[in-house]
Design a protein around this ligand. Structure first.
Ligand SMILES: Cc1ncc(COP(=O)(O)O)c(C=O)c1O
Length: 959
């Protein structure tokens, strides 16, 4: 191994181990294994046309030089993105901490209590600030949250409204342009009619089901909406409000003036702008609508011992996405960013947040007054942070622009010639003086130097918040850094992440997120840039994204890539809409049927429904392969209306199906397009590609194959790659030219979550063409090594023609249930006692476990995992053979907490050692679960989704 080759740090097994593993698998070389696994007709003949991998040091220099090409100006553009100060204690201990960023979505509640608590804090903070009753644990961004609000209101129509085909949504024309654009994209396929007009022109006619407004609005004005809302409610019209979260610390929150849904961006709560993302959108509603909420909701429940525990409520897990009956396709969201925002709330508490908000307002108010003295007219009557100026006749907008650029500042320029300034948490006295200097110089005047922070500019009483918020203990306890860091650590210690052991979640690709890939995220040159600054201030970003698009196109065998979608499911949606636009351009808009295999991930049919398509399910045969005859039959049956086939490859069953090329041909022969779900690209890169196989569009989960960490449930990035004939339909952006001119935007930011693209960029640059291929081969070897070692005890549900699995496998567990009553859940919980996160549970086949080791796991770690599963199998055999009790056994009682194991009273039929240390090596790195098995049903019966409420104490004190 070369000591400085990144690939050998990224890939777990070393040369000698690879030899041993190949032998164990029963092949003489890697090439032989790959030949037996990947069908010959789809193998790439040439290496990927990418540069060779860089060492970490050389990459570091490269990314530093790109960073230097980004210019960090003081940006007062606003429009949904604001500079903020990430408290260093949060930056270092959360954003830069692999425990927080490498953990997975908290399906396995017992080993996720830390992140569940952090997200519960976030939900509580959101409810408190908005004055609403129930919040989810984040959505992708403000614009897509607006679309979710629209769809939720549409679904909440009364029976009569549905019968009368009521489908008009009134939208204030003073919302962000990117919100309007995404609403247009999302409304069209669902037949929702948008009326985007000034709010004074809203007509509450019989065909209206909802209202969307923004507070403060896109001009920065704070309108009084109370009468409007009251009027809407008298007509059974629902009201959703996009709100600036920080403003709600000092403005009357929408919950107090009757909103049904409140949503927005929580970026200002300590999450850097990052040239557009990632940030957590928040989403809240009234309690009565809780069952219609999109996204994941964290709730309180009890564990088996009656102790308080947290888990995802209402089964908001992706396996439960209701396929074609879904009302949203949200799966991965923005958990890490929500966690950061929640910690920002914990760190500052209500007084700190009020102080930040007041200071912002005071600065805006002082500037408004001083600039008016220079002859400008400030147009906003009531405002929070944004002032807007009409220029005097003798002042040219261009003068303001160049003067501000000279001083490295960006203002907002309205189409009608007005100039806007949005103040943020970072604005200081020096900045105020620079702003004044620009306005004074442009007007040929002198200006007074501000020497003190302004105080005492109150908001008009009518709009001033009078109610308290965030009184819960957690927001009022941790002010010193010492206390804060201990609180963060306390939560961290409750969770299993990749820093503890391998996370073998099938379909999730929990590979290494290398430290070098993560470093640039903390640099101001990447995280301090507003997405709407002139492109010449973001040359480093533009160059990086250009190269990344090209590299991803090469890897996928496609022509071009849109980086805009913020998750895999968002990519699916975008891809299907691109396909629809293509059909429409050819006069075939009637093509609205999408074929989806029964084994598909729930987001596939959900995205199809969101795209207005009809889902036709195609069957799988007894070997787990998509039934080609059924594909042919249905493609022919629907040949006049066929839009696409959505297919995951290798399949969700972990197999390279050899009929894939034929399947693509059948679809094309019948006028359809092939959409490839790229969740399993980790088994393709460098060996084959969606383009070569015959797909027209594919999305990539950069948060799987391309090293972006999962962050406890997001961020995600789901770019779509398309063949040449679809390039012209890739999503555009209403504010920035993102290089594409096709469908309306599918996300708020022009290049999606741009800052985390640096991770994927680093991964590709350091791996290089050869390293990427080696990673794929290794992922396949690791999977086959595990399959070989576990097949005897568990059985591998599906294999390819030559008996090989791809990069993941399904372990059969149903026979164990039949003989012993032990379920896949019991095995998953028992694995926690061994220090492991469970594999994917009951997806894609009920009653099974799906294991994906990835290339990053070493042979030692794979062996530990194999030992654990085989030891668990032996424990199951004890039950089968009557040596262990059917009910009181290590599996049914798993996981075992330290409290249980150390209690004076031990009533079980097995020893404490067996409970806690079933294998000797566990002693070295014991993970103690903080709670016993959680009771999901109890939590759903008593839904509590905020912390510290009186109901919580009352209910938990009951038995
Ligand atoms: C096969 C497959 N498709 C789609 C998705 C959805 O991706 P995301 O969670 O990024 O929306 C997943 C997520 O796990 C998946 O496994």
């Amino acid at each position: 191994m070369s000591h400085d080759r990144f690939v050998s740090r990224h890939i777990g097994p070393g040369e000698n181990e690879i030899k041993e593993m190949l032998e164990a698998v029963g092949v003489s070389s890697m090439e032989e294994l790959i030949e037996q696994t990947v069908p010959a007709n789809i193998r790439l003949k040439e290496p990927l046309e990418l540069a060779e991998g860089l060492t970490e040091r050389r990459y570091y220099r490269k990314i530093l030089s790109l960073a230097a090409k980004n210019k960090v100006f003081n940006t007062y553009i606003g429009m949904g993105y604001y500079d903020t100060i990430t408290p260093a204690v949060i930056l270092r201990n959360v954003l830069e901490n692999p425990v927080w960023y490498t953990s997975y979505t908290p399906y396995q509640a017992e080993i996720s209590q830390g992140r569940l608590e952090a997200l519960l804090n976030y939900q509580t903070m959101i409810c408190e600030l908005t004055g609403m009753e129930i919040a989810n644990a984040s959505l992708l961004d403000e614009a897509t949250a607006a679309a979710e609000a629209m769809i939720m209101m549409f679904n909440l129509r009364s029976r009569k409204m549905v019968k009368d085909n009521v489908r008009v949504l009134l939208v204030d024309d003073k919302m962000w342009p990117q919100t309007h654009d995404v609403l247009k994209t999302r409304a069209l396929p669902l037949g929702i009619e948008l009326k985007i007009v000034p709010k004074d022109k809203f007509e509450f006619s019989e065909d209206v089901f909802g209202l969307l407004i923004q507070y403060p609005n896109s001009d920065g004005e704070v309108p009084d909406y109370s009468e409007l809302v009251e009027k809407a409610h008298t007509k059974e019209i629902k009201v959703a409000v996009a709100a600036d979260l920080l403003s709600l610390a000092i403005l009357v929150p929408p919950g107090e003036w009757g909103a049904d849904i409140v949503f927005g961006n929580s970026q200002r709560f300590g999450v850097p702008m990052g040239y557009g993302g990632p940030h957590a959108a928040f989403f809240t509603a009234r309690e009565e609508f809780k069952r219609s909420m999109p996204g994941r909701i964290i709730g309180i429940t009890k564990d088996i011992h009656g102790n308080r525990a947290l888990r995802m409520a209402l089964q908001t897990r992706e396996q439960h996405i209701k396929r074609e009956k879904a009302t949203s396709n949200i799966c991965t969201a923005q958990a890490l960013l929500a966690t950061m925002a929640g910690f920002f709330g914990v760190y500052h508490g209500p007084e700190g947040i009020i102080q930040i908000a007041r200071r912002i307002h005071n600065i805006a108010a002082l500037l408004a007054g001083e600039i008016e003295k220079l002859g400008y007219r400030q147009l906003n009557i009531n405002y929070f942070d944004t002032i807007r100026f009409d220029l005097p006749k003798h002042v040219k907008r261009e003068d303001i622009e160049w003067l501000s650029l000279e001083l490295e500042m960006n203002f907002r320029y309205f189409e009608n010639g007005e100039v806007g300034i949005s103040i943020d948490e970072t604005t200081n006295r020096e900045d105020m003086n620079w702003i004044l200097e620009v306005f004074a110089k442009a007007a040929n005047k002198t200006w007074p130097v501000v020497t003190e922070y302004p105080m005492g500019f109150g908001i008009d009483k009518k709009f001033a918040r009078t109610t308290g918020f965030m009184k819960q203990e957690v927001f009022n306890k941790y002010r010193s850094e010492t206390e804060m860091v201990r609180y963060i650590k306390r939560l961290e210690h409750k969770d299993i992440s990749l820093t503890h052991s391998m996370i073998s979640l099938g379909s999730c690709t929990m590979k290494l997120n290398a430290a070098t890939e993560m470093l640039p995220l903390s640099w101001i040159e990447f995280n301090g840039i507003h997405p709407f600054v002139p492109k010449n201030q973001a040359r480093g970003y533009q160059e990086m994204m250009e190269e990344l698009r090209r590299d991803l196109a090469v890897i996928t065998g496609m022509e071009d890539v849109s980086l805009m979608p913020n998750s895999g499911a968002a990519g699916e949606y975008a891809g299907l809409m691109v396909i629809h636009a293509y059909h429409k351009s050819r006069g075939e808009a009637q093509r609205d049927v999408v074929l989806i295999p029964s084994s598909a991930h729930g987001t596939n049919p959900a995205s199809a429904v969101m795209a207005g398509l009809k889902v036709v399910v195609v069957a799988c045969d007894e070997k787990g392969n998509i039934d080609l005859a059924d594909v042919r039959k249905k493609a022919e049956e629907y040949k006049d209306t066929l839009s696409a086939l959505m297919v995951t490859y290798p399949s969700t069953h972990g197999v390279f199906e050899s009929s894939i090329v034929e399947m693509c041909e059948v679809i094309h022969q019948n006028g359809g397009q092939v959409y490839m779900d790229g969740a399993n690209m980790n088994a393709q890169v460098g060996l084959t590609s969606p383009g070569l196989i015959g797909a027209d569009v594919c999305h990539l989960n950069l948060h799987k194959t391309f090293a972006i960490p999962h962050g406890g449930g997001g961020p995600g990035v789901g770019p779509i790659a398309v063949a040449q004939h679809l390039v012209g339909f890739l999503p555009s952006h209403p504010v920035m030219n993102n290089g594409h001119v096709g469908i309306n935007a599918v996300a708020a930011a022009p290049w999606g979550s741009a800052s985390v693209l640096t991770i994927t960029y680093g991964y590709i640059k350091m791996m290089g063409a050869r390293g990427l291929r080696e990673a794929t081969e290794m992922a396949i070897l690791n999977a086959n090594y595990i399959a070989k070692a576990l097949e005897k005890n568990y059985g591998i549900l599906y294999t390819g023609e030559k008996g090989r699995v791809a990069h993941e496998m399904i372990l059969e567990c149903r026979h164990l249930k039949n003989t012993t009553g032990i379920t896949e859940t019991d095995i998953a919980k028992r694995l926690m006692d061994y220090g492991f996160h469970a594999p994917t549970l009951s997806f894609p086949v009920h009653g099974t476990l799906m294991v994906e080791p990835t290339e990053s796991e070493s042979k030692q770690e794979l062996d530990r995992f194999i030992d654990a599963l085989n030891a668990i199998y032996a424990e199951i055999r004890e039950i089968e053979e009557g040596r262990a009790d059917k009910e009181d056994n290590v599996l049914k009682n798993a996981p075992h907490t330290a409290e249980v194991v150390s209690a004076d009273d031990w009533k079980h039929n097995y020893s404490r050692t067996k409970a806690a240390y079933p294998l000797e090596w566990i002693r070295e790195n014991k993970f103690w679960v903080p709670v016993g098995r959680v009771d999901n049903a109890w939590g759903d019966r008593h839904l509590i989704c905020t912390c510290g409420s009186p109901e919580e104490y009352e209910l938990l004190s009951q038995d």
